[in-house]
Design a protein around this ligand. Sequence first.
Ligand SMILES: C[S@@+](CC[C@H](N)C(=O)[O-])C[C@H]1O[C@@H](n2cnc3c(N)ncnc32)[C@H](O)[C@@H]1O
Length: 277
Amino acid sequence: MAPHDAVLGWDEDTTAEAYDAFTREFPMYGTTSRDLARRAHLADSRLIVDLCGGAGATAQAILELAPATARVISLDNAAAMQRVGRRTLNDPRLTWVTAGAEDLGSHVPAGQADAVVCNSAIWKTDVPRVFTAVRTVLRPGGRFVFNIGGGFAGVRHDDEKSAHPGPSLNRLIHHVAARDYGYAPPPTRPAAPKLPLEAVTAHLSSAGLDLLDAEVVAQHGTVAEKRAWLSIPLFARPDGDFTHAQRMDILAKAYALTTPDAPTVTSWLTIVAQRPE
Ligand SMILES: C[S@@+](CC[C@H](N)C(=O)[O-])C[C@H]1O[C@@H](n2cnc3c(N)ncnc32)[C@H](O)[C@@H]1O
């Protein structure tokens, strides 16, 4: 069975519309995008790549910091995400390219990009191929800035460790699904993180990129935000043979068992790399 968060799922209008609405109503993707754009040092940039740019939340953060004369290329392989982005983000500096991150080198001239920024996506790509492509398009001294979800990087910020002592919304979803739908979660072994810092460091080095900084960053939200995120079809739980309507029924019942304003914390491993001068 394809993983629940399969890349194909991004190329569906329901997910693209729901994702875009989420980025407008809740701060998570805007805040992480602004953080990455700031670390990319865009003040004197002429060409910036928004890698796996989706519906444009990261492009918007880049455009806010980029010079008026800069060009921004937002590249993503999900046409549905970009359709939403084209409709909602109009800036003459921005070009949308529908392509895989692995094919970046076919869409950006070698050595011309001042920065490549990738928010909330790099672990979904073929990382060694993408890092090599990024090295090719960056100018000497150009920055590559990206983040990795804490679970995929195997990191937890101290704020996350000490937050929200009650059961998580995910756990309550499993509880309700078991109670009302006879759901039996598949047996899981603790999975090894998909892209820990050691692997990032090795892949950067193989691609000829220098690691400048690695920082674990906390993103603060609420259970209400988590509920909205879990309403996006691609992220809805539980896995398995459920309709979206059933998942939303389970989510509503699980949410009713929470305190909506309770704070939640997610962790991100944030990386700044550079093509050597
Ligand atoms: C969580 S969204 C992030 C979008 C945007 N950066 C933001 O912060 O809102 C992940 C995006 O990665 C894209 N993606 C995943 N794998 C990709 C790949 N190999 N090549 C290009 N895009 C990819 C998906 O299509 C999706 O739009």
